[in-house]
Design a protein around this ligand. Structure first.
Ligand code: NAD
Length: 304
């Protein structure tokens, strides 16, 4: 292995030696993306879906995973993962995903210590729910969703995930250029994957004007990046989870969950973060997948 191949190790795409076990374990794929030895990055890894994704990377033998979060909970999440999957190196980076300087520091640190990051799951997200236009029934006054709040939510939920993924694409593109590589071909031993975390709310949800716009916006970003980044061997997709059992959803309160969420799903329960993580692993490991995957537990809310 040359030193540049060494640098790019972990972004190797290989023909499947054995069928990959997904779901029932019976499916076969012509090509699988090796998770082992990959270098991955997960934002929002201090909680819920991001934490479950980081754990799944380690369980599947990723060489190194960057856990990024505003919260210091990432330390506890990493400790928990290490207890069962000691081989994977877990690097914790506490900071704000909207900070471009922090983003570059994380990529610089991971690249110098481990090589190129080739899987990016920008899962950090927030909700700030309120009706788009609210009428006060007593005073008759009308309130519009504050534009500052709209900008804040879209910075975290739309702009940040896009820029974390662009950072990865840029670094792979730069490395490939340095190797005099042109348009990616399947015989090239490197590939990358970005999976954005959308939401069922991308189809519209009362009280979520900024969140829904952000999640729908990720679809456009993914569609564009798919077309641009395939030149560099990078696939792009969006998973749209339904209501998943994380602090974000628990904050809605038990009564709301029982009354307004569970009756509208086929499963009759919240989705487990591990189920979303498993679906993301499927999207990463199956080379034929790009575009969108709905993991919504049969969410079918009435229009009223
Ligand atoms: P969560 O609240 O459990 O976790 C979100 C994490 O993001 C937290 O650890 C938080 O600290 C981190 N974070 C928030 N703002 C940040 C910032 N500026 N910088 C760095 N970290 C920041 O939520 P979750 O349910 O695990 O959500 C993960 C992703 O899944 C989000 O993008 C969310 O929109 C999406 N999603 C969740 C559901 C659901 O039902 N839980 C459904 C659809 C989509």
């Amino acid at each position: 292995m040359t030193s540049s191949e060494e640098f790019a190790r972990g972004i190797k795409e290989v023909p499947a030696q054995q069928p990959i076990a997904v779901g029932t374990g019976k499916e076969r794929h012509d090509m699988q993306v090796e998770m082992r030895d990959r270098i991955a990055l997960v934002t929002g890894a201090g909680s819920g879906i991001g934490g479950a994704v980081a754990n799944e990377f380690a369980r599947r033998g990723a060489r190194a995973v960057a856990l990024v979060d505003l919260s210091d909970r990432i330390g506890a999440v990493a400790d928990q993962i290490r207890r069962t999957h000691a081989k994977t190196v877990l690097e914790c980076f506490q900071g704000d995903v909207t900070n471009a300087g922090f983003r570059k520091e994380v990529f610089d640190a991971m690249t110098s210590r481990h090589g190129l990051i080739s899987v990016c799951i920008p899962a950090a997200g927030i909700t700030r729910d309120s009706l788009a236009v609210k009428v006060d029934r007593t005073s008759g006054k009308v309130e519009i969703y504050p534009v500052e709040l709209f900008r804040f939510v879209t910075e975290v939920d739309l702009v940040a995930p896009i820029y974390w993924s662009l950072e990865m694409v840029a670094r792979i593109a730069e490395w490939r250029y340095s190797q005099n590589l042109k348009k990616w071909t399947p015989d090239e031993p490197i590939s990358g994957v970005v999976i954005f975390i959308g939401s069922v709310s991308s189809q519209g949800n009362k009280g979520q004007i900024a969140y829904a716009a952000s999640k729908a916006g990720l679809e456009g970003a993914a569609a564009t990046l798919t077309k641009e980044a395939m030149y560099h061997g990078i696939r792009c997709g969006v998973i749209h989870p339904g209501f998943t059992d994380t602090p974000m959803v628990r904050a809605l309160g038990e009564e709301y969950i029982q009354k307004h969420i569970l009756p509208e799903t086929q499963l009759g329960r919240l989705i487990r973060p591990e189920e979303i993580a498993d679906a993301i692993m499927f999207m990463i490991s199956n080379s034929a997948i790009s575009g969108e995957l709905w993991a919504d537990a049969g969410w079918h809310p009435s229009a009223a």
